[in-house]
Ligand binder design. Structure first.
Ligand code: HEM
Length: 416
């Protein structure tokens, strides 16, 4: 290696390290968007010292999501920046990684097909009355209280309850299983270390044992829910045992970590922009653009990852087969080339779809369900509690990929 190339590589390694520190620092927790802007202006297609390609522009991320040469790696989780031994990576999430989220065609299509039938717009629409009933019940619980935590008292129980119903997970089991999900998804964070991956492996074993038992119950006594559909599928639709258990875990996890953060981050954003909050409260017709804007403004999933299955190219950057690519979706959503004044919330914005649900083959299966939950929730919350105010500082979780709040203390105020 020439000394110039060596120096460039050292500079990139320092940039990578510095960037990660900024993104995960307290300042980063309050908002990684300044750090993203800094990166996008200096190195929108960064090749890091550890050999990762990091994309932060909207067009590049959108192109990478569409590019069939960029897929999922078979063996490793790939985009952890810290060194995690290959063997442990392979051991972790053994079943989770046999689901659609981690597979390429033709396996991907086979694994997605059966479940996709339940997430069509028509099916999701049928869930609307029960979602509304759940929202009303949770908001009833706010009435007359001096203070609530919008995470524990709304953002978490709403999606957990909705996905629990859809899958057929008994309500009494939700409290115990939900915290394991957070440990499970930790290795998808770029900051994941050996301990996080080890804990994820344990969490997966526990969740797998739970869902294997539940699927067996559903096989013997099928009900009108998604796990029964998985457990009783025949012929080409039938998944093997690990795939079935992995899919149950995936749907359960994907169904609420993310939607919790849409509700929490969205509410925090509206509280910080009173003019936009009143605009939405006064015109519920804006709800569709408002939900897209909340998804864009502070995306629940900030990163996505791909591995090159063949040589390809993004803009002027050659990407050789085997290259791991980290997509900063949250940065793409704030790209000024696509969004005017990206750091301002505008509930009527109609510029480009946010990349918050990913794109291409792996486009989020639950997008219409998440949108439905948010679209029913925000107008109800704002009209029922028009005097809602913060009761203390929000507490952000120290995580980059799954960006969300641990706590959002609020005073509901008097009802209208
Ligand atoms: C995939 C985000 C809610 C199920 C994805 C992906 C993203 C995402 C970014 C793409 C991952 C990739 O490219 O590798 C979100 C956000 C949500 C949300 C921001 C809420 C605001 C949901 C819900 C469900 C769900 C409610 C329903 C159970 C899935 C599944 C996939 C997925 C199954 C994998 C699709 C595939 O690989 O083909 N989601 N999600 N998500 N999401 Fe969501």
């Amino acid at each position: 290696m020439s000394s110039a190339a060596g120096a460039a590589r050292e500079a990139d390694a320092a940039l990578e390290q510095g960037l990660l520190e900024v993104l995960l620092s307290d300042h980063g927790a309050a908002g990684p968007y300044e750090a993203y802007r800094w990166l996008r202006e200096r190195a929108p297609r960064l090749r890091t010292g550890s050999g990762l390609v990091v994309l932060s522009g909207y067009e590049d991320c959108a192109a990478a999501l569409r590019d069939r040469a960029l897929g999922k790696a078979d063996e490793s989780l790939g985009f952890a920046l810290a060194a995690v031994p290959e063997q442990l990576q392979r051991r972790a999430l053994r079943r989770f990684r046999r689901t659609m989220l981690f597979r390429n065609p033709p396996d991907h299509g086979r694994l997605r097909r059966l479940v996709a039938q339940v997430f069509t717009p028509r099916h999701v629409e049928e869930l609307r009355p029960s979602v509304v009933a759940r929202i009303d019940e949770l908001l009833d619980g706010w009435a007359g209280r001096d203070e609530v935590d919008a995470v524990a008292d709304l953002a978490l129980p709403l999606p957990v309850g909705v996905i629990g119903d859809l899958l057929g997970v008994p309500g009494s089991d939700l409290v115990a299983t939900a915290p394991r999900v957070r440990a499970l998804v930790a290795p998808l964070e770029p900051s994941a270390d050996v301990d996080a991956v080890r804990e994820a492996a344990e969490a997966e074993d526990e969740l797998a044992a739970y869902f294997a038992d539940l699927l067996e119950v559903k096989r013997r006594r099928p009900d009108d829910d998604l796990l029964s559909r998985l457990a009783t599928a025949h012929g080409d639709d039938r998944l093997d045992d690990d795939e079935m258990v992995g899919t149950a875990i995936l749907l359960f996890a994907a169904g609420f970590e993310t939607t919790t953060n849409l509700v929490g981050n969205g509410l925090a954003a509206l509280l910080a922009a009173p003019e936009q909050r009143h605009r939405l409260a006064g015109d519920p017709g804006l709800v569709a653009t408002a939900v897209d804007e909340l998804l864009r403004f502070d995306a629940p999933v900030q990163t996505d990852g791909r591995t090159a299955l063949a040589d390809t190219r993004i803009g002027d950057l050659d990407i050789p087969a085997g290259q791991v690519v980290l997509l900063l979706l949250g940065a793409a959503n704030h790209d000024p080339a696509v969004f005017t004044r990206p750091s301002e919330l505008d509930v009527g914005r109609r510029e480009a779809p946010p990349l918050s649900f990913g794109g291409g083959l792996h486009f989020c299966l639950g997008a219409s369900l998440a949108r439905l939950e948010a679209a029913e929730l925000f107008p109800r919350l704002l009209s029922r509690f028009p005097h809602l105010t913060p009761a203390g500082p929000p507490r952000w979780r120290r995580a980059l990929s799954f960006r969300g709040l641990d706590q959002l203390p609020l005073r509901p105020g008097r009802e209208d």
